[in-house]
Design a protein around this ligand. Structure first.
Ligand SMILES: O=C(O)C(=O)C[C@H](O)[C@H](O)CO
Ligand SMILES: [Mg+2]
Length: 402
């Protein structure tokens, strides 16, 4: 089964998505997501200039060899651009293989380990009372797990609090929006949020929270300790994890479960975090970490250390990533949870998909492959719209982590 063409499709049905479509001489095609929020064109160029030319003429069935060729063969390894390009190829090839065999992707991976995939949604409020109401709304929609983020008094444009009820889109302007951050105000506010949430909604719903890399290790430990009474499902991205060792300090001080990894691209970014059992959930996902082929390696490694998966699933990960992730989640033995930020109806129309939501679970569907397609004619109606992620500064003007 020979690859005869590969094309990059850029579309913006409310937000930008980069999709790779690979076609074969047997008429079977596959698609993969290559979206890198705010840096889309870098991946487009990488695919068009350096990847597609070496794909044409290869046997689409040789997924592993093509993965190794693109990873080792580049000499320049890893990084978000390279690994997204590899992910797009890899997912398209798994899609092709499963379609050619007439089976859903999860069957190819080893079959179902569960019937449905527990997901968490995003409840965001301008203040504590609003966030408590929003969490209630998600409970009513059937969610078993909910991420709660709230505006912070005195902090303009706090992370996670967006416009719109269901669709938080942080990449909001052609040049980065400047936001202001205060760790002391955040640390004073956040325990009050979770106290109010448990008072109102009890301990049944799983609650999650994302600190979005804003804290030092010691501040992270303080937050983790202060939230222990509210028994979070996880506390995410407390501190930048370039230095994996920094999680040792956090771990020594708190039993709040820790999640990290949405910006990681390979096993090497989380090897120490996993094997020292410094985290409980690894957040790497299909598009971020080289596709199904590499994510499977990360998950298998994590299983040895009882670390479970918690795939990133914000809206900048296209329905193609969501579809592939759901097949992966349906199979992976050490599954933890899947993030699910709904896409807009325009996005869902451009990417018809087999997955569906019911009672807090997502189901990948039974269509052959990963079950997600692209309507190219519709996609062409939504041209690329340059948007970048915000940046953050401390109150004195110092650049900080957004
Ligand atoms: O979904 C999350 O946990 C995020 O942190 C979302 C990120 O801010 C988003 O994917 C950035 O593009
Ligand atoms: Mg996050």
């Amino acid at each position: 089964m020979i690859i005869t063409s590969a094309r990059v499709i850029v579309t913006c049905p409310g937000r930008n998505f980069v999709t790779l479509k690979i076609e074969t001489d047997q008429g079977v095609y596959g698609i993969g997501d290559a979206t890198l929020n705010g840096r889309e064109k870098a991946v487009v160029a990488y695919l068009e200039e350096h990847v597609i030319p070496v794909l044409i003429g290869r046997d689409a069935r040789r997924i592993e060899d093509i993965w190794q060729y693109l990873y080792r063969g580049a000499y320049w390894r890893r990084g978000p651009v390279t690994m997204r390009a590899i992910a797009a190829v890899d997912v398209a090839l798994w899609d092709i293989k499963a379609k050619a065999l007439g089976c859903p992707l999860y069957d190819l991976l080893g079959g179902k380990s569960r019937e449905g995939v527990m997901v968490y949604g995003h409840a965001n409020g301008t203040d504590i009372a609003h966030t408590v109401d929003e969490v209630g709304r998600y409970i009513e929609m059937g969610y078993k797990a909910i991420r709660a983020q709230s505006g912070i008094p005195g902090v303009d444009k706090a992370y996670g609090v967006g416009r719109g009820d269901m669709f938080y889109e942080p990449a909001d302007a052609a040049l980065p929006t400047e936001t202001i951050w205060s760790t002391s105000k955040y640390l004073a506010h956040t325990p009050k949020l979770f106290e109010a949430l448990r008072d109102k909604h009890g301990f049944d719903p799983h609650l999650l929270h994302d600190a979005h890399h804003r804290l030092t290790p010691l501040e992270s430990a303080q937050l983790g300790k202060s939230l222990e009474p509210y028994r979070l499902f996880w506390l995410e991205d407390l501190t930048p994890a370039e230095n994996q060792e920094s999680f040792r300090l956090i771990r020594q001080h708190t039993t709040t479960p820790l999640a990290v990894g949405e910006i990681f691209n390979t096993l090497w970014d989380c090897k120490d975090l996993i094997q020292e059992q410094l985290i409980d959930y690894i957040r790497t996902t299909i598009v971020g970490a080289g596709g199904v082929t590499h994510l499977r390696r990360i998950a298998d490694f994590a299983a040895v250390w009882q670390v479970r998966t918690g795939c990133h699933g914000a809206t900048d990960l296209s329905p193609v990533t969501m579809g592939a992730a759901l097949h992966f989640d349906t199979w992976v033995p050490n599954f933890g949870i899947q993030e699910y930020m709904r896409h807009t109806p325009e996005t869902d129309a451009v990417f018809p998909h087999a997955y569906s939501f019911e009672a807090g679970l997502l189901f990948p569907g039974e269509a052959p492959g990963h079950g997600v397609d692209i309507d190219e004619a519709l996609a062409a109606k939504y041209p690329y719209d340059p948007k970048q992620l915000p940046v953050a500064r401390l109150e004195d003007g110092t650049m900080w982590n957004w």
